[in-house]
Ligand binder design. Structure first.
Ligand SMILES: CC(C)(COP(=O)(O)OP(=O)(O)OC[C@H]1O[C@@H](n2cnc3c(N)ncnc32)[C@H](O)[C@@H]1OP(=O)(O)O)[C@@H](O)C(=O)NCCC(=O)NCCS
Length: 372
C-alpha cells in the first residue's frame, strides 16, 4: 500500500501538456513551451485560450474566428436567465456564477465535452459576473457587446461604458496570467469529474466550487481584505505581528509548488505600480514585513509572495470591487479548466485514490441498535 500523502502533496495524478508549474525555478510554462513572462506582455486572453485548447498560437484567421465564436456565445439562455432571476441579488457572486453556469449548460442528456462547448462556456462567464455585480447594485442588466474582447466586454457589461485602453490592458494581462496553473485544486476537481465520464458543465461547476475557498482563488479577496484591515503603512508591523502571533495566515503568501517568488506575482507587482499607486505603496511595505516575519519564524520554509497578493492590487486598479475578485479569476481559469477536461478525454480512467482506514475493525458484538 503506497504511503498516505496529506493534501496529495508530491502525488503525480495526471500527465498534461496544458501547463507546467516549475516550482523550483519559479517558472510557469504554458502549452507549446511558452514562458508566462514572454506571453503575458503580448498575448490577449482569446489568444491564450486558443493556445491552451489547441496547443498552438492562432494565426489571424483562427483568432478572428475564435473571437467571433466567443462573442456570439455571450448571451444567457432562457434557463440561465430564469435561474438568475430567482437568486437573491445579495448572495456571494461566486454562488451566482456556480448556479447560472450550471443552468446555462443544463442539457436533456449526458454529452461528452467538446471544444465548442468549452468556447461557449468560457464566453458566458463575463456575462454572469457582470450580472451578479449589477444585480447586487440594483442596476439593470446590460447585453453583451459583440465588438469587444473578453476583458473589455466584462468591464462594459459591469459599468455600461467603455473602459480605457489601459484598464483593459491590466485586466487582460491578469486574465492571461491566471488562465492555467498545472494541477491546482480546481483543475484537479474538473479532471476528477471528467474522469467519471460526466459532462463539461458538471466539471466546470465543480471547479468553481473548489476555486471559491480562501486557500485557492478566494485568496485574492482575502489579500485585499487584509490590506484593508491594515489600512495604513504605520499599521503594517503591528497588524502582521499580531496576526502571526495568533497563527493567522497571511493571505497571498505561501504556495504548494513554488519554492521561490511566483512569476505571475512578479509581473503583477510591476503593473500594480501604475494601476494602483497608493495601494501599491501599502502592499509593498506589507510584503516586505510579511516576508521578514515568515522567514524569521521559519527560515527553512519557502513561504514567498504568491499571485493573489499582487492580483488584489492590480484588480483594484482595474476598478473591480473585491467581492468579484474570485469570479474574475474564474473568468480566466475556465479556459484552463476546459483545456484540461478536453485533454483528459484522450486517456480517460476514473480517478479513484485509496484511503487509510482509521476506524475499528468489525467486531463480533451484536449491533447496538435502539429498541433491541
Ligand atoms: C497556499 C497554501 C494553501 C499552501 O498550503 P500547503 O502547501 O498545504 O502548506 P501548509 O498549509 O502545509 O503550510 C506549511 C506551513 O507554512 C505555514 N504557512 C503557509 N502559508 C502561510 C501563510 N500564508 N502565512 C503564514 N503561515 C503560512 C503553515 O501555517 C504551515 O505551518 P504549520 O505546519 O506550523 O501550521 C498556504 O500557503 C496558504 O494557506 N496560503 C494563504 C492562502 C493563499 O494565499 N492561497 C493562494 C495560493 S495561490
Amino acid at each position: 500500500m503506497p504511503e498516505f500523502s496529506p493534501g496529495l502533496e508530491g502525488v503525480v495524478a495526471a500527465e498534461t501538456a496544458v501547463s507546467e508549474v516549475d516550482g523550483a525555478n519559479g517558472r510557469l510554462i504554458y502549452r507549446g513551451g511558452y514562458l508566462i513572462e514572454d506571453l503575458a506582455p503580448v498575448a490577449g486572453f482569446e489568444e491564450t485560450a486558443y493556445l491552451l485548447w489547441h496547443g498552438k498560437l492562432p494565426n489571424k484567421t483562427e483568432l478572428d474566428s475564435l473571437r467571433h465564436q466567443m462573442a456570439a456565445a455571450r448571451r444567457l439562455k432562457d434557463g440561465a436567465r430564469g435561474s438568475l432571476s430567482v437568486l437573491d441579488p445579495a448572495i456571494d457572486p461566486m454562488d451566482t456564477l456556480r448556479t447560472v453556469v450550471s443552468a446555462q449548460g443544463a442539457a436533456k442528456a449526458l454529452t461528452q465535452p467538446t471544444l465548442d462547448e468549452a468556447i461557449a462556456l468560457t464566453a458566458v462567464f463575463p456575462t454572469v459576473v457582470a450580472a451578479a455585480h449589477r444585480r447586487a447594485k440594483g442596476m439593470d442588466l446590460l447585453e453583451p457587446r459583440e465588438d469587444l474582447g473578453h476583458a473589455a466586454n466584462l468591464l462594459w457589461m459591469m459599468e455600461g461604458k467603455e473602459a480605457s485602453h489601459q484598464r483593459v490592458h491590466w485586466l487582460e494581462t491578469y486574465l492571461v496570467l491566471l488562465a492555467d496553473h498545472g494541477l491546482n485544486a480546481s483543475t484537479f476537481t474538473a479532471r476528477v469529474i471528467a474522469s467519471t465520464g460526466s459532462d463539461l458543465t458538471s466539471c466546470i461547476v465543480g471547479a468553481i466550487g473548489a476555486l471559491k475557498g480562501p486557500a485557492h482563488g478566494g485568496a485574492t479577496f482575502a489579500a485585499r481584505t487584509m490590506l484593508d484591515k491594515i489600512g495604513s503603512i504605520e499599521n503594517v508591523e503591528t497588524w502582521l505581528e499580531k496576526a502571526h502571533a495568533e497563527h493567522r495566515r497571511f493571505a497571498g503568501f505561501g504556495h504548494r509548488v513554488y519554492r521561490t517568488y511566483d512569476p505571475r506575482a512578479k509581473i503583477l507587482r510591476e503593473l500594480a505600480q501604475t494601476a494602483a499607486p497608493d495601494l501599491y505603496r501599502l502592499a509593498a511595505h506589507t510584503e516586505e514585513v510579511a516576508l521578514k516575519i515568515l522567514h524569521e519564524a521559519h527560515p527553512e520554509r519557502p513561504n514567498a509572495t504568491n499571485v493573489d497578493f499582487w492580483a488584489s492590487v492590480v484588480l483594484t486598479g482595474v476598478g473591480i470591487p473585491k467581492e468579484l475578485f474570485t469570479c474574475v479569476f474564474a473568468t480566466s481559469r475556465v479556459a484552463g479548466w476546459t483545456a484540461h477536461v478536453l485533454e483528459s478525454l484522450a486517456d480517460l480512467r476514473i480517478i479513484r485514490p485509496a484511503s487509510v482506514w482509521k476506524g475499528p475493525q468489525p467486531g463480533v458484538k451484536p449491533l447496538p441498535l435502539a429498541n433491541r
